[in-house]
Design a protein around this ligand. Sequence first.
Ligand code: NAD
Length: 449
Amino acid sequence: MNDRRNQTTACVEENLDAFRISRSRFEQAAAYVSGLKRGLIDYFIAPRRSIDLCFPVQMDDDSVRTLHGYRVLHNSVLGPGKGGIRYHPHVTQHEVSALAALMTWKCALVDVPFGGAKGGVACDTKTLSQGEQRRITRRFISELGDNLGPYTDIPAPDMYTSRQTMAWVYDTFEMLHPGRNNRPVVTGKPVDLGGCHGRDEATGRGCFYVTEQILEQGVVNGLSTIDGARVAIQGFGEVGSVIARLFSEAGAKIIAIGDSQGAVLADDGLDLESVTAHKHETGTVVGTPETLTLTNDDLLAVDCDVLVPAALGNQISGANAERIGAKLVVEAANGPVTPKADETLCRQDVLVVPDILANAGGVVVSYFEWAQNIANEQWGLEQVNQCLKHKMNSTVAHTLERWARLKHEGVGAGKKVTSTMAAPDLRTAALVVAIERLARVTLQRGIWP
Ligand code: NAD
């Protein structure tokens, strides 16, 4: 365990509002983009469209529950909106707006022809039957009506939604628009329904390719390969479990894994089959035989080479960043590292691979699915993984190259950078690549009319 954990950590007040964080990071990066007019900055901050719904659902016990759902289309200059639907009790319009903006920058960074969108329903799937989840999904999608569409706004899975949820999304849309090819309206579908081979694994696999490439480029002090690296992972769901398997297959030692109930540690490396079986049987990794139990906070402080937060946002903040024991933090989740934590980690020489790069594999393979659906064809798994690897590697190369130039260029004339970081970090570089692409295309299209 990291011996910095016993240091007194000052209780740092930090505003963790997701939309405020997203906006400040954008403004921070925009300062490095030369010639970006204030009007365009304002346009890139505000969501293009924001839908706030309230709808009733019949429960299994015949009661009726009123739920709140949201869909935000942040920007559609590069193409139709793209973004997941999340079912979580704490979903708010503010959070969905911030995640939609993140999707805009993610799609622009990896250069897929999509804008950014996101949706969510405030509900707890752990307390809902399959039938209740199906009725919630159908009602939510029918309420959204023609705001969704294969060429306007295309949902996908996110936290606590699955292939099954996407099948219901497709079916609902199809019922409302019969007689045409509706498959491209949603991605992350079951393979038999036009889903893409490898989509379930894509976010974790993309994260693996990005980490592999970053390490090969020699930008992490004292770590140049996944083989032999000691890795800790927070989250053992769709993303975290794939990361654990792929990193382990590449020779890494997975020493700690956490989920919503706590975490487990084995200094010589966890037996992933045993962790998976225990999670399957009991619903949690905690209690896996021959492991030590940790709190989630202690998991983040484990002394390791690579820490992969793959659960929720705001997990590494100003309050606990000093305790991080890793050399490299890879943001598999959306927004797990806060701005104050970015500053602390930068000071501690810990490299953070930002979410818009680290977890972009999911949207890249969603793009492959959409393209296959439009062409009415299906690629094999090998083709999907090869194309994904190529896309992730070229995005890493482009981002590292822009990062190197950025360190010499400094900020645009007359602009101010608010962060106390000495130099632009990798997150800023990734955002700069994305903002430059979106600004270029916006101006090429011309401001309408
Ligand atoms: P998931 O629902 O399959 O898994 C979530 C995991 O997080 C579970 O293991 C859960 O136990 C754990 N968790 C929940 N609350 C926790 C807490 N308080 N502390 C520690 N662990 C907790 O979700 P997922 O699809 O694996 O997504 C994980 C993250 O990755 C999310 O932030 C999501 O937005 C992001 N993401 C997912 C995809 C995708 O394709 N699935 C794509 C991009 C980004």
